[in-house]
Ligand binder design. Structure first.
Ligand code: CDT
Length: 321
C-alpha cells in the first residue's frame, strides 16, 4: 500500500476587492482543517489567490498587474508556505504568474511537506478569447491575459508517488492525461474555474457537471491514475461557477465529491498501488499502444480533410487490399 490522503479544497467565491492576505488566511484555515482530517496534501483551485479576473476586459495592461504574483512565495503568500511547513502538509495551488521578462502565465505549483516548491506547471490549453466581446454577459479573456505554458506536462516524484498537474481547461483534453500517463503519473491535480454559462454555447450549460465528471473519470481510468479536480465555486462577482470538485480513482470511479458550492474539503485516501493493476494490464502502454497510428494527433492542430490527413499519415492512403 502507498496511501496518500489528499484533500481537494474547493473554494467558494473570492470577491474582486478581497485582499491577498485575507484569501491566504482563508486558505490556511482550509489547510488546518485538512491536516486535522489526516491529509498529506491539499489541492487548491486554479487562480486561487484572487477572483477569476479574466471575466473582465482591462483596457490598460497595468490594471492587470495586481492579479499576478511576481514572486512565489511573496510577502503575502509566504504564510501559506510557513503554515504548510509547520503543519507538515503539502499543497498545490494555482495563481497568475508574471515572470521577470514580463510574460504572464496561468500557473500551478506543488509544494512538499517542508514548504519547498517541488514542481511547477504553466497552463497549456487556454480557453476563451483574445479580444473584448461586449455581447457576452461576462468575458473569458484567458487568451489575452496568459501565454500558453512553456514547461510541458511534467511529473514530479513527491508524496511517495509520481504527481502531475494540469489546470482547468486542460482537463477536457485527453492529450493532457496521456502525456502525464506516459511518464507514470499516479495522481493528477487539476484546479479549475468553470462558469456554468458558456456564452458561445449555452446549450452546454446544463451539462457542466456531466462533462466535468466524464473527463476527470476517463482521464483517470485511461491513464491508470488518480485525478483530483478542485473548483473555485459559487456565484463570484455575479457569475455562477460550477463546483463539483471530485476525486477519481484509476478504476474510473468517483471516490469523493463535493456537495456544496462553497469552501469544502473533499478528502480521499488514495492507494497509489491501485494504479499498477491498470497500468500492468489493460493500459500497459508499452504492450498495447500503437503510436505509429497516431500521427494526426501531433501532426495537425485542427481538423484536416481526408486528403490532408493522408499527407500526414501515409497509412491512411494505403490500398486496403
Ligand atoms: N478556467 C477555464 O479554463 N475555464 C474553462 C471555461 C471554458 S468556457 C470558455 C473550462 O474549460 O472549464
Amino acid at each position: 500500500m502507498r496511501p496518500v490522503t489528499v484533500a481537494a479544497a474547493q473554494v467558494g467565491p473570492i470577491a474582486l476587492e478581497t485582499t491577498r492576505s485575507a484569501t491566504v488566511t482563508r486558505l490556511i484555515g482550509l489547510m488546518q482543517r485538512a491536516k486535522a482530517r489526516g491529509a498529506d496534501l491539499i489541492v487548491y483551485p486554479e487562480l486561487a489567490l484572487t477572483t477569476f479576473f479574466p471575466r473582465w476586459y482591462f483596457e490598460d495592461e497595468a490594471d492587470l498587474d495586481r492579479f499576478y504574483e511576481r514572486q512565489m512565495p511573496g510577502p503575502e503568500t509566504r504564510p501559506l508556505f510557513e503554515a504548510a511547513g509547520d503543519l507538515g502538509i503539502g499543497f498545490s495551488i494555482g495563481y497568475a504568474e508574471l515572470t521577470a521578462d514580463g510574460t504572464r502565465f496561468n500557473t500551478a505549483i506543488l509544494v512538499d511537506t517542508s514548504g519547498a516548491i517541488v514542481g511547477k506547471y504553466r497552463k497549456i490549453h487556454l480557453p476563451g478569447h483574445r479580444e473584448h466581446e461586449p455581447w457576452r454577459a461576462f468575458q473569458h479573456l484567458e487568451k489575452r491575459y496568459f501565454a500558453p505554458g512553456n514547461l510541458g506536462f511534467r511529473v514530479f516524484d513527491a508524496f511517495g508517488g509520481r504527481i502531475g498537474m494540469a489546470i482547468c481547461n486542460d482537463r477536457r483534453w485527453p492529450e493532457t492525461y496521456r502525456v502525464l500517463g506516459l511518464q507514470g503519473a499516479e495522481m493528477v491535480l487539476i484546479g479549475y474555474n468553470t462558469p456554468i454559462h458558456n456564452p458561445p454555447a449555452p446549450e452546454h450549460d446544463r451539462l457542466s457537471w456531466h462533462h466535468n465528471e466524464i473527463v476527470l473519470q476517463s482521464g483517470a481510468y485511461q491513464n491508470a491514475t488518480f485525478v483530483v479536480g478542485v473548483a473555485k465555486a459559487g456565484v463570484e462577482e455575479g457569475v455562477p461557477q460550477m463546483g463539483g470538485s471530485l476525486i477519481a480513482a484509476p478504476t474510473g470511479e468517483t471516490i469523493a465529491q463535493a456537495v456544496t458550492e462553497g469552501d469544502e474539503l473533499v478528502i480521499a485516501t488514495c492507494d497509489l498501488d491501485l494504479c499498477k493493476s491498470y497500468r500492468d494490464s489493460v493500459f500497459a502502454f508499452e504492450r498495447h499502444r500503437e503510436p505509429g497510428a497516431y500521427a494526426l494527433v501531433t501532426g495537425t492542430k485542427g481538423p484536416v480533410t481526408p486528403e490532408e490527413a493522408q499527407k500526414i499519415d501515409p497509412a491512411l492512403a494505403r490500398p486496403d487490399d
